[in-house]
Ligand binder design. Structure first.
Ligand code: 5GP
Length: 222
């Protein structure tokens, strides 16, 4: 991910929401903000989710990406609080028990979870939020937030996905094999999603995701 992303701090469960703490001036009703949309971008490891979403965020405005908590080892290019909040399994389990996550999943031997307070606060403020997560997590989000919008980013074919995973060279062979196996399973779950975007040409895929974001902003909701 590019270094232009700003560092977030991990919200505590005890953090108050902005509206909780603000007094209402002169007894007037506070200005009502329409809540933002919750987007979920899912797709097999190596399909290019981060490349696409970085460009979508830079282009669209008014949409922010949640930083997940993970027990995976930090890669050299990654920054704590920007790409992930890196933690150990014990702390992760504790956060899970404290209902710290909207969703969580185990993926290729590591835990991943989406911080609840940060996401809910941004949506309440009227910002759109995007979660870049795997399919088990996407299903949990869909259940909890029925109006969330789920996008599946697919590779043009499995051979191409394997090529991309290997050329990334961030994982050893056994992990690549595990991720490819998982990719095969994820490809069978496309029915869970509202939209599918094939990442054959990056510009086209970015445009398609942007079109979905803009269209959903115009949707009439009850
Ligand atoms: P990676 O280790 O390559 O960064 O991520 C592995 C997979 O976990 C990717 O598909 C990524 O999108 C997904 N992932 C990242 N954060 C989360 C999260 O908070 N929850 C879930 N369920 N999956 C996540």
């Amino acid at each position: 991910m590019p270094a232009s992303k700003s560092k977030q701090s991990l919200p505590k469960e005890s953090d108050q929401t902005d509206s909780d703490s603000e007094p209402v001036e002169g007894g007037k009703e506070p200005h009502k903000v329409n809540p933002g949309n919750l987007f979920v971008l899912t797709g097999p490891s190596g399909v290019g989710k981060n490349t696409i979403i970085d460009r979508v965020l830079a282009e669209a405005g008014g949409i922010v990406e949640s930083v997940s908590v993970t027990t995976r080892k930090q890669r050299e290019s990654e920054r704590d609080g920007v790409d992930y909040f890196f933690t150990d399994r014990e702390s992760f389990e504790k956060m899970k028990k404290q209902n710290h996550f909207i969703e969580h999943a185990e993926f290729a031997g590591n835990y991943y979870g989406t911080p609840r307070n940060w996401v809910e606060n941004r949506i309440r403020e009227g910002l759109d939020v995007v979660l870049v997560i795997e399919v088990q997590g996407a299903k949990q989000v869909k259940k909890q937030f029925p109006s969330s919008i789920l996008i599946f980013l697919a590779p043009p074919c499995m051979d191409e996905l394997e090529k991309r995973l290997r050329s990334r060279a961030t994982e050893p062979e056994d992990v690549i094999a595990m991720r490819l196996d998982k990719a095969g399973q994820e490809m069978k779950e496309r029915d869970v999603f509202h939209y599918e975007v094939v990442n054959e040409d990056v510009d086209q895929a970015v445009n398609n995701v942007l079109s979905i974001v803009y269209a959903e902003r115009c949707r009439i909701r009850p």
